[in-house]
Design a protein around this ligand. Sequence first.
Ligand code: UGA
Length: 470
Amino acid sequence: MKIAVIGTGYVGLVSGTCFAEWGNEVACVDMNAEKILGLRRGKLPIYEPGLDELVERNYAEGRLSFTTDIAKAVKDAAAVFIAVGTPSRPGHGDADLSFIYMAAKEIAPLLAENAVVVVKSTVPVGTGDAVEKIIAVKRRRGTFSVASNPEFLREGVAIRDFLEPDRVVIGVADERAREVLMEIYGAPLAQVDAPIVVAKRRTSELIKYASNAFLATKITFINELADLCEQVGTDVEELALGMGLDKRIGASFLNAGPGYGGSCFPKDTLALLRTAQDHGVALRIVQETASANEARKRRMALKVMDAIGGNIDGLTIAVLGLTFKPDTDDMREAPSVPLIETLQRFGAIVRAHDPVGMENAARMLENVELLEDPYECARGADAVVIVTDWDSIQNLDLVRLRRTMRSPVLVDLRGAFKAGLAEEAGFHVSAIGRPALRPVELSPGFPDTRYRLPGASEASGRVLGGRYDH
Ligand code: UGA
C-alpha cells in the first residue's frame, strides 16, 4: 500500500519505517529540509536502538523515501498518517493542536479519492471530528475518511513495540477507514498474534490518554510505597515482586524511581486533566498523580542532601545518568534537571555523565561539567547519584568507583544496584525504597557476614527473591 507520513519526529519516523518494513511503499514528509537531507544520507534526528539499520535497509530497498514535497507524497497515498507534535501549551497544559490543523489544511486539497487520514499524534477527544471538518471545508468535493490510531511506543524499545505490540487501537467512523487500517495492520499483527481493537474514533483518542495516565498512576503508586518502605524497613523491589506476580496487577511499571519524565506522561496527564475540566469532570486520581510526581522530582535533592549529612555547600556531587530513562538521548522532563538545579542552589558543585544524552543535556544545564568517563566524573566527589539506570552504569566497577571518590556516598534513585552490592564495595548507600545497610569494610581482616546470598542448593521449586538475610 502507498502510505504518506507527515512529520518525521519520533513517532513519524518509527511508524513510517516499520510500515515500510512490512512491505508498504512509504513517503515520510517533513518541512525541515535539513532533516530530510540528513535522513536521505542515513543521519537520524533521534537516537533509537535499531532504527538506523531499519531506515538504511528500507531506504536502500526503495520502500522508504524522505521528502519535503507534501503534494508528491500525498497525491496517491491510500493512507496519510499525521504524526506531528502536540506539545503542551505553555501555562495551559492542554495540547497545542496547531501543527495537526496545519497538516490537515495542507493535505486537504492534495488527497487521493477515498484516502484515509489517520491521526497518529496524541490528541484530545474530538480532534478527529475537527480534522474532518477542516478537510471537508478545504476539499469541497471527493470522499475521504478520518481515523485515529494512537501509538504506544516507548522510547528505547520503539521498534519492538511497533512490530510486536500488546495491541493496536484503531478508531474509525466508517467502513473505508476500517478496511484500509486492517489492510495495513491485519496480516503483520496476525503473525505476532497481537490483537487489534476497533473502536469509535473518540474512544480511540481517549484510550491513549487513559493508558498513559494509568501507567503514570501505577508508577506514582509504587513511588509512594517506596517512601513508606524506607520508613518501615522493607524493600520496595521485594514488595513489587510480590504484588506484580498477581496477574491482575502485573509486574511492569512497578519500578520505583525519582518520578516519571519524558515527552509523554507529564504532558499527557496535564492534557487529560484539561479535557476533564472542560467537561466538568474531576479526575482526582490523575490530578494527584501529576502533582505528586512534580513534587517528588523536586524532593530528590533533599534525599541526596540527607545522604551526605545535610549541608552540601561547596561539596562536589557526581550525577550518573541524565536522560529521562535509559536507551534514549531524550532529556525532556528528565528528573536529573530539577535535581541538579536544586543541588546547585544549595551550593554544590555538580559534575555529570550520561552515555548518550550529554549533547542534549548541555543545552539544558548550566555550570555542570559533563564527562565522558563515569570514573572521571566521580573523581574526588563527595557523593555519586544514580539518576538513570543505563546498563553501562549498572555494570560499573563499584570498588574502582568508590576508590576515586573523596567520600563513599552513593545515592541510588533507580534501584540500579541490588541491595548489598554497593555496600559490599564499601559505599554508604541511600537507595529508593529500602532502608540503609551498613557498608562493608574493604580492608582484609574484616569479613562481613551480613549478606547471606542463598546458594542454588538452598532453592527448591520456583523460588523468587530472597537476596539477603537482614
Ligand atoms: C510512554 C508509554 O510507555 C508509551 O506506551 C507511550 O506510547 C509513550 O509514552 C507516548 O505517549 O508516546 P515513554 O515516555 O517513552 O513511553 O517512556 P516509559 O518507558 O513509559 O517511561 C516514562 C517514564 O516513567 C520514565 O521517566 C521512566 O523512567 C518512568 N518509569 C517507567 C518509572 O519510573 N518506573 C517504571 O516502572 C516505568
